[in-house]
Design a protein around this ligand. Structure first.
Ligand code: 5GP
Ligand code: ZN
Length: 116
């Protein structure tokens, strides 16, 4: 499993930085975003370090699918019966700030487009 000791999300996986964890599996972890953009804002990440969703899908396609399945399970447990949005930001122009792939799960309000 790839890991980067400098990466903040790898440190959350290792348990050396606290997080409000809402889901754990052998390949994935999910926790609440520090600066939520919606009533429910959870980040779903692989335990392995990859910089973005495309690299994860290339190297660990099964884990990429696990992220989507984890998001479905969390959406159910958070009661997001009316829907939710899943977002992968990739690269600087998309305002990606943490370069350990993370799936944003957003819900609990009407999600207009473009995202605000
Ligand atoms: P990005 O802009 O890279 O797609 O999203 C990174 C997200 O990670 C942001 O929404 C930011 O609030 C969140 N974040 C950054 N550092 C931490 C942290 O240490 N803990 C938690 N829970 N969220 C973080
Ligand atoms: Zn990492």
């Amino acid at each position: 499993m790839s890991t980067d000791p400098e990466c903040i999300f790898c440190r959350i996986v290792a348990g050396s930085i606290p997080a409000d964890i809402v889901h754990e599996s052998p390949t994935t972890l999910a926790f609440r975003d520090l600066q939520p953009q919606a009533p429910v804002h959870v980040l779903v990440i692989p335990r392995s370090h990859y910089p973005n969703a495309g690299e994860l899908a290339r190297h660990e396609p099964a884990t990429a699918a696990h992220l989507l399945d984890a998001a479905r399970e969390i959406a159910e447990s958070e009661g997001l019966l009316r829907g939710y949005r899943l977002v992968f930001n990739t690269g600087e122009q998309a305002h990606q700030t943490v370069f350990h792939v993370h799936l944003h799960l957003l819900g609990g309000r009407s999600m207009g487009w473009p995202p605000g």
